[in-house]
Design a binder for this molecule. Structure first.
Ligand SMILES: C[S@@+](CC[C@H](N)C(=O)[O-])C[C@H]1O[C@@H](n2cnc3c(N)ncnc32)[C@H](O)[C@@H]1O
Length: 287
């Protein structure tokens, strides 16, 4: 049972969008994405959020998210899953640290019986997460801001480490992201990190367009502002190598390359790198 005292309204709505999107897609016909844990959690969450008279929660209960949004969330999940599985193939007993995990269920999708996993998020998020999933000897919670570096002491540095940050760094400011990368580099030399990024032009134009157009379209029921309120962006993947010579770009996965059902107009737009590479996932080694 979910504790009555938990105030779900204190957590970011975007992390509810991602788990509901996974559950919706997981249950949709012919879906290749299966996430029974997300389905199980949202079914429990429903009864709790129904107590709030908030149109956003009502939409979630009705599983009413734009198809394009839930498909994009699942595409991002699949690409991150693949990164983790590639890593665990080479490092079956490696350590994975999921920064800004929210209500992510990745551990249950990629678990190989040997990895050690840390789900890291603010205490109020982990409090809620604990209502649905329990820690084990290999699955742990770190209830802290990623910038409160005390959590680093709990990590076994003798193992190969992969850090992931899905839908997190794009909402932080650039200086904080860079400081974090330097800290991780000094604490976990030889580790790898995977996170999603936006092109800086998207961030700049989005803010402008949002002010001019989307504000009037906002029906105030799906917190478009949350989704669109990106803060940090990069010009290209090599920009982060300049922070420190030990930061080495390995590869990237561009969402546009993996999207299905591309119509002709979309294909034409994707001929332009600027458009094709507005959002992607980057992978670095920190030495
Ligand atoms: C958009 S949600 C993404 C959640 C999850 N990664 C997913 O894809 O479903 C962003 C998450 O980052 C967390 N977050 C933001 N800033 C953080 C920080 N400084 N330390 C730890 N977590 C943070 C938020 O609490 C939230 O759970």
């Amino acid at each position: 049972m979910i504790k009555e005292k938990i105030d779900i309204s204190k957590i970011s709505k975007t992390l509810l969008i991602t788990i509901y999107a996974r559950a919706i897609e997981s249950q949709s016909e012919n879906s290749t994405f299966k996430d029974p844990k997300s389905v199980e959690i949202v079914n429990k969450l429903d009864s709790y959020i129904s107590k709030y008279n908030d149109p956003f929660y009502q939409r979630l209960i009705k599983r009413n998210l734009p198809k394009s949004l839930s498909q994009l969330v699942v595409l991002r999940n699949k690409l991150f899953d693949k990164y983790v599985m590639d890593f665990t193939k080479n490092n079956p007993d490696g350590v994975i640290i999921n920064i800004g995990c929210g209500l992510a269920t990745r551990f249950f999708r990629v678990e190989n019986g040997q990895i050690s996993w840390y789900d890291l998020d603010f205490p109020e998020v982990i409090d809620i997460k604990k209502q649905f999933v329990q820690e084990t000897d290999r699955y742990h919670f770190l209830a802290t801001s990623v910038f409160n570096y005390e959590w680093i002491k709990r990590i076994d540095k003798n193992k190969k480490i992969l850090l992931i940050g899905e839908g997190v760094f794009i909402f932080l400011n650039g200086k904080d992201v860079k400081d974090l990368l330097l800290k991780l580099q000094s604490e976990f030399p030889g580790c790898e990190i995977v996170f999603d990024v936006n092109n800086i032009h998207l961030v700049t134009w989005q803010k402008l367009l949002y002010k001019v157009f989307f504000r009037h379209l906002n029906k105030n029921d799906l917190t478009y502002s949350d989704i669109l309120d990106y803060i940090w962006g990069i010009r290209n993947e090599y920009e982060l190598e300049k922070i420190n010579p030990g930061i080495t770009f390995i590869d990237k996965r561009v969402y546009a390359d993996y999207r299905k059902n591309k119509n002709l107009w979309y294909k034409i737009k994707c001929c332009f790198k600027f458009y094709r590479e507005t959002q992607y996932i980057v992978h670095y080694k920190l030495n």
